[in-house]
Design a protein around this ligand. Structure first.
Ligand SMILES: [Zn+2]
Length: 293
């Protein structure tokens, strides 16, 4: 999926920060903090590492992303691609939610490196991209895109990157529609609410992907994105599969333990993305209410 070259981006929409390297992470505290915070957040894309800490805060300056003005910039630069994806997601959900009788509120968004302070505590890039319900903001570490390819075997590509942004945006939609509050996110396993919340976010990402090339920028009237190619759809599915719990467990430990799943299997994640992509509605995407996953 590539951007229409003349699309106008609103880069003031996304903050960027560069955290210090002195964040206290590691040891027992880091693990404990991760467990505590991951139940609060629990919605980071990977939940892989010992990355969240309640240790001392580091000073951090945030500013708007610079140099992202057009779709051509988004086609060339990874941070501008986050901006463009977010602009497109804003445009889509600002009309799709009211059309379904729900109120829309824009999420905050920040691109970070190394570490970041959030309403849910401090996080490092070891956590991967995540959404924080407490400040209704998503936090994207673009370095994770390299991990997706090199560590998790995704095919990469722009739509794979945008799937990550759209998934986190999906958690925001769950938050503002009340779905997040309905979930008991303390459990794990293939049928747990934790997994259902993740699969719903994948489905919501699919809903956006289906409509991204037709929903216009409210300012210019031009859609941000061109129609998807089959290769780009394959990239998004490859990214969804790469962050499946079974794939990650197999890669990390050589075995698969479904009782520990928090995000769903590779197959489930692809399947739920496709539910949204093939025309599913908000109700169709509600994996919390689904009889089978
Ligand atoms: Zn998630």
């Amino acid at each position: 999926m590539t951007f229409n070259e003349g699309a106008r981006l609103d880069s003031s929409r996304v903050r960027t920060s560069r955290g210090g390297r002195g964040v206290a992470v590691g040891g027992g505290l880091g693990v404990l903090a991760l467990v505590v915070l991951s139940q609060l957040l629990g919605i980071d894309l990977t939940a892989l590492g010992d990355g969240l800490s309640q240790g001392s805060a580091t000073s951090e300056a945030t500013s708007a992303v610079e140099g992202c003005e057009t779709g051509a910039d988004a086609n060339q630069d990874v941070s501008c691609r986050v901006v463009g994806a977010l602009n497109s997601l804003d445009a889509y959900w600002a009309q799709a939610l009211p059309a379904a009788g729900k109120e829309f509120v824009q999420p905050g968004a920040e691109i970070f490196e190394v570490s970041v302070q959030t309403g849910c505590g401090n996080a490092t890039s070891a956590v991967g991209p995540f959404y924080c319900p407490a400040d209704q903001s998503m936090y994207i570490d673009t370095g994770f895109y390299d991990d997706l390819r090199t560590r998790f075997g995704s095919s990469g590509g722009p739509l794979a990157e945008m799937y990550v942004v759209a998934h986190e945006y999906g958690h925001h939609i769950e938050q503002i529609t009340g779905l997040m509050d309905q979930a008991d996110r303390t459990g794990t396993g293939p049928g747990s609410d934790s997994v259902r919340i993740e699969l719903t976010a994948d489905c919501l990402a699919g809903m956006w992907a289906r409509n991204a090339s037709t929903v216009p920028d409210p300012v210019s009237g031009v859609p941000f994105l061109q129609p998807l190619t089959p290769e780009e759809i394959a990239d998004a599915l490859s990214a969804a599969a790469a962050v499946g719990d079974d794939r990650i467990q197999e890669q990390a430990t050589g075995t698969v333990s479904p009782e520990a799943w928090t995000h769903g299997s590779s197959e489930q994640r692809q399947q739920w993305f496709l539910v949204g992509f093939e025309g599913g509605t908000l109700d169709d995407c509600n994996a919390l209410a689904a009889e089978s996953l």
